[in-house]
Design a protein around this ligand. Sequence first.
Ligand code: IDP
Ligand code: MG
Length: 156
Amino acid sequence: METTLIILKPDAVQRGLMGRIISRFEDKGLQVVGGKFMKISQELASEHYKDHVERPFYASLVNFMTSSPVLVLALRGNGAIAVCRSMMGATFGSQAASGTIRGDFGVSNSFNLIHGSDSPESAGRELKLFFTEGEVLQWDRASEGWIYDLSSGTAE
Ligand code: IDP
Ligand code: MG
């Protein structure tokens, strides 16, 4: 089981898309294990996107991410990092495939609605940036045995 960090960016919140995006993850079977509605500080946005510091769009990206509240989620599931990335679609809304979140809800390349960790290393780093340990919960989901085949003792 993996846990990944998802951010519903300011455009998703402002456009009233939070519910529809969360529903997609719930429908898929991902478990919400953390959630925080917040305004990201300049420092946190800079740290979160530090790998992009040399890119031409870095300043506008940090500006965008701090411009208005976001919804930060921790989502858990088998292969959650790759599953969420594929549900998000390609980075640019103009190129993201239909059926993906970016493909279905947006057309902009910089206002692309959602962030998702891209590797186990990023997920570990990013989850620590946005959540303290006690804020990511381990909870028993009543539907677990129908979302996964648990007959072997592990979730398949
Ligand atoms: P990702 O979000 O799909 O992982 P990254 O390449 O890590 O994409 O870029 C981080 C974020 O920076 C993107 O989600 C997008 O908001 C923004 N971004 C990336 N490339 C561009 C660009 O060429 N122009 C404007 N914004 C960009
Ligand atoms: Mg990225």
